[in-house]
Design a binder for this molecule. Sequence first.
Ligand SMILES: [Zn+2]
Length: 344
Amino acid sequence: MAKKNRIEIPEEIAAEVLFQSNRTCVCREKKPVQIHHIDEDPANFEADNLAVLCFDCHRDTQIRGGFDRKLDSAQIRRYRKDWLERIANKREREHGPLTLKPQFMKNDIRAVKHVQIKESSEEQLYSIDAEYAQFKFNDVQAEAELNSRVSSFISKIIDDFRTEASARLQDKIKMRDELSALGWDSLSIVHRISLLTPDLLSIEFVFQTYIAGAAHPNSVTRTLNFRFDPLKQIELQDVFEPSTPYLEALSEYCVIELHSLQPSRWHDPIQRAEDLKIRQDKWIATGTAPVAANFQNFVFVNEGMKFFFDAYQVGSYAEGRYEVFVPFNYLKSMLSDQISQRRP
Ligand SMILES: [Zn+2]
């Protein structure tokens, strides 16, 4: 077996693992111990992947061939589960209940994989190219809940697209045969994780759809926000105290920002900036009016929130999507407790 490069386990993670196991091997013999990576990947510091083993037990994990039964990962996990529970129970009996959660366990939330969906149908004349993230953290139930929320959010978009693409089949065939046009629909989904802390997660999705025969593709932004501990999906109304005039405040802020952003996307920026000094742009005024629907697409970022305005909400297709950053400093007095305690 090739020798793996040793990668130092971060000190606080090692300390937590040793503490939970009471510096004792899963075989329960009081012998010198080391921390073992169950999957043998020295870079995997997930709590689930680390076990405290004595040198004898560690040797038993390395058995290849022969008649000795190897100490494999399933056995290690089984022994460890039992042992950690017994230690925790014993401590609770002898010293009372735990009041502090282990720190690193709470921090141990990460995006672990990017799921890719590629699908193409020659019969129904469409293709799909999507990707999204899945997450891993110490709370198994919350992890499953979060991952299923993200994946079902994407599945719904894909299912709807597939249904519509199939419903347009006759039109597409006609386009292809009679107009020799490309009778083909496509959907692409990309995502960006705007923020991932032990307290908050924000994901931004862009769905780009092209419908056969359309003049141009259409881009739609959607966002998902969660708070942790306990896990809860966050909508705009959860961010703010209901009694505060947050919609008016957001509207006011975005109107000013968009008026300063807009001219650079016009053919004559200087003239446009002059015009906007005299009168407000109607499109911006409507798209940022103080109603919740105008501010649904937001993410948390460091020091504030970012709001997205897709083409046609506050401007033309040619102008494209606008993003407005609103600092927490501006929103501070209106934030709900669940957010002001968790904001980055
Ligand atoms: Zn042992």
